[in-house]
Write a protein that binds this ligand. Sequence first.
Ligand code: ADP
Length: 341
Amino acid sequence: MNRPFLQIRGIRKEYGPVTAVQDVTIDVAQGEFLTFLGPSGSGKSTTLYILAGFENPTRGDILLNGETLLATPSHKRNIGMVFQRYTLFPHLSVGENIAFPLKVRRLRKAEIDAKVRAMLKLVRLEGFEDRKPAQMSGGQQQRVALARSMVMEPKVLLLDEPLSNLDARLRLEMRAELQRVQKETGVTMIFVTHDQGEALSLADRIVVMLNGAIEQIGTPEDIYNRPASAFVADFVGFENIFAIENGRLRAGNGPIALAMPLPHDAAGLAWRPRMVTLGSGPFQGTVRGAAFSGSTREYLLDTPLGALKAEVDAAAPAHSAGTTLAFDLPVEKAAKLERFN
Ligand code: ADP
């Protein structure tokens, strides 16, 4: 079997009484685009800083091509980093910013010039080398930061929420740019975000983090369609989530039996609003609120199961607040949760 390219082995990080990261173990393949997804404080950045060498783990090891990285100082790890803030030198031109890491390593001028040109081409900023960062847009500055981190030809590139300072349109553009740069260079990317859309659209695999631990690892399809826990389900937009207790759904007013038997191996079931059948079924709910989004209508229902969200095509007839509607929660459509947290 091929040895994994990058091995994160049982990493734990304690800051006094706070455990920022606990027992994180992941094998990363060469050329993979991995994202760490989780709410603020879930340990994403700490894991990244340990990889970069800015922090030492309390326990555990990081292996690159089978060799520990922990003994290697940050600047010798051959790991690049892009931050949320662009961290460019304001008094240096774009070209000088990109050349900076090469100058520190005393490469010859001709070699530096060639590499800077190649990087400007890679991030599509040819002709911008003499500008100062302040004369560039946020998206362009982040491309310069990307070029500067790629110029050393890192084995791994770490990105800590690099798109969160950009507006929505630029963020989409930069997602595509990052994917292109990764494909062209083959660099292994590890990307931290709290934005599920960003993680889903970028990653080969997503590591969902909660309270410093891995909650689920999977492809974007796994995470989106087969969340393992109530937390992941909620995070990716399943808004109707119920625990299973003695073969019934646990609801606010007591357990509720569904028409179909519930799976024995699930701790809970979750439905996206559009998975709820509205207009027919064994249950009744009263419309408390309705929202029209253009292509869909979303209803908030008061039901024997508690508050429920249902979404239907906007072409369906509208229902106003106070209307009583039949509905069903089809078991075959539900995501089966392994853990209820
Ligand atoms: P995320 O990147 O997911 O927002 P972090 O890795 O920054 O999460 O933080 C994880 C936890 O560790 C948080 O509870 C945070 O407050 C704590 N933490 C991070 N850095 C330090 C530090 N230097 N000292 C003390 N606690 C820290």
